[in-house]
Design a protein around this ligand. Structure first.
Ligand code: FE2
Length: 281
């Protein structure tokens, strides 16, 4: 069974991404939004010493982040707090994202992330033996949703050869106003510019791989899509999103998937222990 038509496969190869409107149903999107709201509701920040510790704050935050690879962890928007360290708006409107093992640990996200339809789609994107390393629920909250600068997802999910594909589901309409994705079609044909790896102290660090500049923003196009749309993009495709200053949130759910026929780098920040082995679709 093949999901993509010839022109869609060509778009993925030539542009580095393919947009699939109405891939998911309204009921599916609603169930993910509802489940995410429940997770945030159950999240008690006061028990989260990693976030509020005054001593050695950055090390604790790094540990909280690294451990999230095998957990369901909530992260705040950078602009969520006032100068006194208090939330400026209710908790539900303060969370930046939930990560990174929703697809393995939460029954609702597990079901959605391992559907027959995704299993059938993966080979059309050169994923013959899928491995889903990460899931993220991204809120892009009204007013405070932070920008994400130019990057390539292969910087985080490095394999030889590069195989990572990002599955980006719009859970709400994504527009220029609320911070949709931007990219330059075809720019995945450029080099990998940087990598993010865990160093021997288990701290996430960045280094240059290739100093080629990022695309010029005047060459970037916005990917404005309706709720239910799936955008699949190549791991080398540079992309960014602007901050959200609008009244509307821009929820999205993402999966990062590599091919098991390639070599997954031992210094990628996401690794799996024997307790939670990596799975495919
Ligand atoms: Fe990304």
């Amino acid at each position: 069974m093949t999901i993509l038509g010839t022109s869609q496969k060509r778009a993925f190869e030539e542009d580095g991404f393919v947009v699939l409107p109405r891939f998911a149903t309204a009921a599916e999107m609603e169930s993910l939004r509802r489940r995410a709201a429940e997770i945030v509701d159950a999240f008690d920040p006061s028990k989260q010493s990693a976030i509020f510790s005054t001593k050695d704050e950055s090390a604790n935050q790094n540990d909280y982040f690294v451990q999230s690879r095998e957990k369901i962890s909530c992260f705040f928007e950078e602009e969520a707090f006032d100068d006194a360290g208090q939330l400026k708006q209710e908790k539900a409107l303060s969370i930046n994202k939930i990560g990174a093992a929703l697809h393995d640990l939460d029954p609702v996200f597990d079901r959605f992330s391992h559907s027959e339809k995704l299993k059938a789609l993966a080979p059309d994107l050169r994923l013959e033996q899928s491995q889903i390393w990460q899931s993220m629920y991204i809120f892009k909250q009204p007013h405070i949703g932070g920008e994400v600068v130019w990057h390539q997802d292969a910087s985080f999910f490095y394999t030889e050869p590069i195989s990572v594909v990002t599955f980006w589901f719009a859970l709400e309409d994504a527009t220029v106003q609320n911070g949709c994705l931007w990219t330059q079609p075809g720019s995945h044909k450029g080099p990998l510019r940087e990598r993010y790896v865990l160093n021997d102290q288990n701290v996430l660090v960045r280094y240059d791989v290739d100093t080629s500049p990022w695309p010029d923003e005047k060459d970037a196009i916005p990917l404005e899509v309706e709720s239910g749309t799936l955008i699949c993009f190549h791991g080398l495709l540079p992309h960014y999103s602007e901050s959200n200053r609008s009244e509307k949130s821009r929820h999205a759910y993402t999966l990062h998937v590599t091919d098991a026929r390639t070599d997954y780098a031992a210094d990628n920040w996401i690794q799996r222990s024997a307790a939670l082995p990596v799975r495919g679709f």
